[in-house]
Design a binder for this molecule. Sequence first.
Ligand code: URA
Length: 189
Amino acid sequence: MNQNNHKKQLLEQLYEPYKNSKKLLVQGGSNRIIFGEGNSDANIMFIGEAPGAKEDELLRPFVGRSGKLLNKILQEAETKREEVFITNIVKVRPPNNRKPFPDELQKGRDLLFKQIQIIQPKVICTLGASALEGLLNKQVMISKLRGTFIELKEVLVLPTFHPAYILRDPRKLSILTEDIFRAAHKAGK
Ligand code: URA
């Protein structure tokens, strides 16, 4: 069995006990769990906040407007979406897309770390404050931390803005693009 299939199997085994449990659910949110998708042996992982309406409908991460922007930047960075692994710190859609509460980020942490342990990416690119807060387990100022690599258990984490923020303030598009280019380059692109 090649490494990719082996890791895929490990991820499936990891997800199994969560499927019929309430462990990953958030207050008033969807009960449709979106674990993540992409290459189980990826060099780079992208972590967002939580699924939105389109994601909840299609049961895939980053397939709405933010996802389209992410896809476009990945394409510009000559990185195929299938090459990377994409997930969220919170695996279900919160009601009206509200920001996840700190205890909800905490709940997502355990599974996220297990996903990272299996995939073993070289680089993790966190999109927005929630993903970084969940990963580091502390409150952060994303505008201060973005663009600087942080070493976390032998993985390089590059925090950047959330694509949804860029859709609201397109003047920051070049910053998000540059960060994703740097993350992809560090991961071996
Ligand atoms: N925003 C996120 O943070 N994650 C998604 O999957 C989609 C939009």
